[in-house]
Design a protein around this ligand. Structure first.
Ligand code: NAP
Length: 524
């Protein structure tokens, strides 16, 4: 099967052999994707027309489009689970995290968008600029006239598209997605289903399968680029000469060394200890640890190190790793041999500063796999780094797989220092019943984290999860995590609007304001 792209209003396969998409359990080739020969300049120009079509509608009407997309995806959910299993080795829970997460996010934005009126947003009150009130200033936010280009990572082919597309389409900006080639099949199928259902205006949604080639040479001033991927790719995109020359807005979601922090009050048998334990094992094994938000570093009071290491080790020992076709398997493979090799090489680097206390074997036998040499499994691996303040690689290398490192700390300030050594992360979670600890750690790490989840006995298991991204809350982190901001309810619409101020007579401002929705409600 050659994955066709949908560009310039046509489904077209690129020329040439293209890149293979494989089943990471069997090594079987499933499809190929090539973008060779496609005219990407014309493709983006066509998508810009899609924005004009979308902007003929109101926000509320576009919210209706999001509901319609969610319905299409729901109707084909089983098909998506099947593609996820074949192309990613995804268990049901893995596929649900991606596919159901996408549908949930679309529905949330559909709901939020229903209450928006008008065709642009009013930002704040009119500022008086004259003595008699005949001249004033009013800020507005207007939807962008360009196209939103999404360059996405392999690990969320469903959610990765729709969590970005929901605020973009609601804003009235057409979407042009370039999924990571290794898992592009699911994204492509979803786009095809939405296209076939005819729910979107012409040009509102396009997809490029295969290499991005010269795509960035053709972006324009009114376009935006949102990249999820490695820090290296993000740097290349941000510094692309055409992107720089045209001041194209770029949002980056990149690597992250997220931490989970246990309070000194919370020994074995306490709720925070048990909740952290469950969360660590879930984060290591769900999607085989291939989540940008997964826990990579576990900060533990030194006296609790051994008991926590023992408890995690025991739970990891009970995890069934293997083919998603096997009953009871909760940890599948990495997405490709390339990712497997990269994870194993990174584990070897961590071993220079940390000792493996569970897993780490390259010869382990995943369940239900006839030829492990063709498969892409990595055994769940727990390491301990005894002197994390002196260490460097454990704070720098994000092993994108089922791998985490335990690090003891001696004082609260050390815990804060270690969490901040990630140089900017998407998320950290704190588990403690000590009010002072919770508050001081939260404030100590706030500048270097986008999201901080705090769990105590009063919250119990009702928290939303360390790795779960809620559409109503911020996703993104400073520094190494890319400096991007996605979601956070209607705040996400800001990325797809341009602010301008009108300085003029109140009559004009009143007329313009009557066509605008008050943006102070965007914090809902
Ligand atoms: P990647 O190699 O950086 O690729 C990401 C995307 O960029 C892919 O679609 C890739 O296309 C494309 N790309 C590569 N080189 C490009 C270039 N020169 N110009 C334009 N596009 C280019 O990352 P990945 O291996 O897919 O994803 C894994 C990484 O993503 C991990 O490091 C993880 O930390 C990060 N991640 C972050 C988040 C987050 O929200 N912060 C979420 C998920 C993953 P091809 O596939 O065709 O090469």
């Amino acid at each position: 099967m050659n994955l066709e792209s949908y560009v310039s209003g046509e489904w077209k396969a690129g020329s040439g052999e293209g890149e293979p998409l494989v089943n990471p359990v069997t090594g079987e080739e499933l499809a190929r994707a090539s973008s060779d020969g496609l005219d990407l300049s014309a493709a983006l120009e066509y998508s810009r027309r899609g924005s004009r079509n979308l902007q003929k509608l109101t926000y509320a009407e576009r919210a209706g489009l999001l509901s319609a997309i969610a319905k299409v995806l729901e109707a084909n959910r089983q098909e998506y689970f099947d593609i996820s299993r074949r192309n990613q080795g995804a268990t049901k829970a893995d596929a649900s995290f991606d596919v159901d997460g996408a549908i949930y996010t679309l529905k949330q934005y559909a709901k939020l968008g229903q209450s928006l009126t008008g065709r642009m947003l009013k930002d704040g009150e009119t500022v008086p600029l004259s003595k008699t009130g005949v001249f004033g200033g009013q800020h507005y936010l207007k939807p962008l006239e360009g196209v939103a280009i999404f360059i996405n990572a392999f690990n969320f082919p469903a959610w990765g598209l729709w969590e970005k597309a929901a605020p973009a389409l609601l804003s009235g900006v057409a979407v042009f997605v370039k999924p990571a080639t290794a898992t592009a099949w699911l994204t492509q199928r979803m786009v095809k289903d939405v296209f076939n259902a005819g729910v979107l205006p012409e040009g509102a949604l396009s997809i490029l399968c295969g290499s991005p080639r010269d795509l960035l040479d053709h972006v324009r001033e009114h376009d935006v680029v949102s990249i999820t991927g490695s820090a290296n790719t993000a740097v290349m995109i941000k510094s692309h000469p055409n992107v720089v020359a045209r001041s194209v807005r770029v949002n980056v979601e990149a690597d992250s060394l997220n931490s989970a922090i246990l309070g000194p009050d919370s020994g074995p048998g306490t709720q925070p200890f048990e909740l952290l334990l469950t969360e660590v094992v879930r984060e290591m094994t769900l999607k085989a640890g291939q989540k940008c938000t997964a826990i990579r570093r576990i900060l533990v009071p030194r006296p609790l190190l051994t008991s926590l290491a023992d408890a995690i080790t025991k739970k990891l020992g009970e995890v069934k790793v293997g083919s998603p076709e096997q009953d009871g398997v909760t940890c599948g493979p990495l997405v490709s041999k390339k990712q497997q090799q990269s994870a194993l090489a990174d584990i070897a680097k961590l071993k220079q500063e940390a000792q493996v206390v569970f897993g780490g074997s390259e010869d382990f036998r995943p369940l239900g796999v006839s030829d492990p040499s063709r498969a892409a499994f990595v055994q769940p691996t727990l390491l301990v780094c005894d002197s994390p303040r002196q260490a460097t690689t454990v704070h720098e290398i994000e092993v994108f797989g089922p791998v985490a490192t335990l690090m003891p700390y001696d004082t609260l300030n050390e815990a804060v220092e270690l969490a901040n050594r990630g140089r900017g992360s998407l998320v950290a979670s704190i588990y403690s019943d000590d009010a002072d600890f919770k508050q001081q750690v939260t404030l100590g790490i706030a500048s270097s984290h986008g999201r901080i989840m705090v769990v105590d006995s009063s919250v119990g298991p009702q928290h939303t999860g360390h790795g779960n991204v809620m559409p109503s809350c911020l996703h993104g982190g400073p520094g190494r995590a890319g400096g991007g901001e996605e979601l956070a309810g209607l705040r996400a619409l800001h990325f797809y609007h341009r602010r301008f101020v009108v300085q003029g007579p109140p009559s004009l401002i009143d007329t313009l304001s009557s066509q605008a929705h008050d943006a102070s409600s965007l914090t809902s």
